[in-house]
Design a protein around this ligand. Structure first.
Ligand SMILES: *[C@@H]1O[C@H](CO)[C@@H](O)[C@H](O)[C@H]1NC(C)=O
Ligand SMILES: *[C@@H]1O[C@H](CO)[C@@H](O)[C@H](O)[C@H]1NC(C)=O
Ligand SMILES: *[C@@H]1O[C@H](CO)[C@@H](O)[C@H](O)[C@H]1NC(C)=O
Length: 526
């Protein structure tokens, strides 16, 4: 029995100096779970994962977009088939200026089907069989409706968890990490409001916030809990416990492209991770066409989820008539083979290198659906915007463009030949839009330049401090009525009522004890 102890001591004395030699930023192993089949969600995540791999960490990324060119220390688990399922279960073209609650109602079952299918897939099942015994130091998860994946977190040893969202924070993200979210001043990402809300907008904003919070708590979490039990059995703790246990929340919207708000130290806003600082050469004919636009160019793209070709026929005609009346050239991402009635100043293509086009000095206005990535690219290149919002955070982003005076909002319902032409003319001829955009762009670029570095610092901080439990907000320990101080308000009101009662009693007992009947008779006598 003695000998092994001595051996252990020897081994330990040999190990201690070795451990001391390990540098602060030790190479770690990360597991990332990014289930949404949407490239605009995946791009900012990929940027952070690639940067972690480049720093010598190892990342295993479960996502719908495996890297096209392999990178050292970066392993993909390919769930790209989810794109097909998503296309079948969700349609967006009929959701112009969409209502938040309708969208979430629509997305909840669609995303549940996706998670169910992903967890059943041979890719995930093989990972569980062959790789789950590997040690992971940290897990990243896309913090939307994917809590069933917490089962996976607990099969790899329950390391600290980091939530990531490719948008700004949703009501549920702020709730999960205990960040204050005041609907009086913080417009919801799924609302059409800016931070300047009148009474009705605050009422609507409060309703959206409460609806989303209850939906998250009473619908999403139980649904995901059931799904987690289906694949991981009874072993993992309830999803709600893990949901409230995140070490860090990384958001990919920023106060320059939304609004200043109170943030906990473990809620980090990044921006423009996908925006390239260097521009790539354009195809020669496109370059020549842009160079030759003496009156400037209007660039038009509704992004990758909303297709221009699916616009209602009357709106399409109104757009064509308005564009034909512009002296500018118009470059339009249009997904069909032909555009009947295409005006001569309009050029279409099914796909366009958007960032390099926005970087061209002749591009003067960008007509956009208001997707966050497009918004960020436009701010980076200081191009004023005309927003026609459809779904998700698009109405919110377009409200910001208008509030900041760097763009205009034109809901599809209000779009006519005249309204489109008038809005484009204002944007083209009033220099104030461009001036405000340049000021916003200058601030934005500073934050963009530091975003990746900020992400890496925070991730390694969480790693160094084993989940950084000292950052946990006290609000997570309170019940909702304690957080709203309702218990305190009730106690104070009760104390006031008791004090008033006591004073009245005291007053009565101090008055001369004249029977009231006598007193009134005396008054009459006088
Ligand atoms: C990252 O790759 C390098 C070179 O291939 C390797 O030495 C290192 O161990 C890898 N890091 C991890 C954490 O696996
Ligand atoms: C899973 O484990 C197998 C066998 O050890 C290995 O070849 C494979 O690269 C691992 N996959 C990932 C994504 O780490
Ligand atoms: C909470 O996180 C810590 C690590 O940061 C982990 O040890 C613990 O198991 C987690 N609890 C739950 C319920 O996820």
């Amino acid at each position: 029995m003695r000998r092994p102890t001595v051996l252990w001591q020897l081994a330990l004395t040999a190990l201690v100096p070795m451990v001391a030699l390990v540098p602060c930023a030790r190479a770690a192993r990360f597991l990332a779970i990014f289930p949404t089949p949407s490239i605009s969600h995946q791009l900012p995540f990929q940027a952070v994962m690639k940067a972690l791999a480049a720093r010598g960490h190892h990342v295993t990324v479960i996502s719908t977009d495996p890297l096209k060119e392999p990178v050292n220390n970066y392993s993909d688990i390919d769930l790209s088939y989810s794109y097909e399922t998503f296309r079948k279960s969700a349609t967006f073209a009929n959701m112009a200026d969409g209502d938040a609650i309708a969208l979430i109602r629509h997305m909840t079952p669609a995303l549940k089907i996706i998670v169910d299918e992903q967890l059943a897939s041979k890719q995930i099942q093989n990972f569980l069989r062959y790789n789950a015994s590997e040690k992971f130091d940290l897990v990243f998860i896309e913090a939307l409706m994917y809590q069933a994946y917490y089962g996976l977190l607990h099969t790899v040893g329950s390391p600290p968890l980091i939530g990531m969202v490719s948008l700004g924070g949703l009501a549920f993200n702020y709730n999960a990490i205990g960040n204050p979210h005041n609907p009086a001043v913080n417009p919801d990402v799924f609302s059409k409001n800016s931070e300047n809300m009148n009474f009705w907008e605050r009422l609507e904003n409060t309703y959206i916030y409460l609806w989303l919070s209850q939906h998250w708590y009473w619908t999403i979490l139980p649904q995901q809990e059931a799904l987690m039990r289906k694949y991981f059995g009874q072993a993992p703790p309830p999803v709600a416990e893990t949901e409230y246990n995140m070490s860090l929340m990384i958001l990919c919207n920023h106060w320059t492209t939304e609004y200043p708000r109170a943030l906990l130290p473990n809620v980090v806003q990044l921006t423009g991770l996908h925006v390239r600082e260097e521009t790539r050469p354009l195809p020669a004919d496109l370059q020549a066409w842009l160079d030759g636009a003496e009156q400037g160019v209007v660039y038009f793209s509704l992004g990758s989820n909303v297709m221009s070709k699916d616009l209602p026929a009357d709106k399409l005609q109104a757009i064509l008539r308005a564009l034909a009346r512009l002296p500018q050239r118009v470059l339009w991402k249009f997904e069909a083979d032909a555009l009947p009635g295409q005006p001569t100043n309009v050029r279409v293509a099914k796909w366009l290198p958007q960032q390099d086009i926005l970087a061209h000095p002749n591009v003067r206005v960008f007509i956009t659906q208001g997707g966050l990535q497009s918004f960020q690219e436009a701010v980076y290149h200081a191009v004023p915007l005309l927003g026609i919002p459809f779904i998700g955070d698009q109405p919110f982003n377009v409200a910001k463009m208008a509030a900041a005076g760097v763009g205009e909002r034109l809901p599809l319902g209000d779009l006519t030949e005249d309204s489109l032409l008038a809005a484009l003319r204002r944007l083209l001829h009033d220099p104030a839009y461009r001036e405000r955009m340049h000021r916003l762009s200058a601030a934005y670029r500073e934050h963009k330049a530091r975003s990746l570095e900020t992400a890496l610092w925070w991730v390694e901080y969480v790693l160094r401090h084993e989940g950084a439990p000292h950052l946990r907000a006290a609000s997570l320990r309170l019940a909702w009525y304690e957080l709203l101080l309702l218990d305190v308000v009730v106690a104070v009101l009760l104390a006031l009522v008791l004090a008033v009662c006591a004073l009245r009693r005291l007053w009565r007992s101090l008055r001369p004890a004249t029977p009231p009947s006598q007193a009134s008779r005396r008054r009459k006598d006088q």
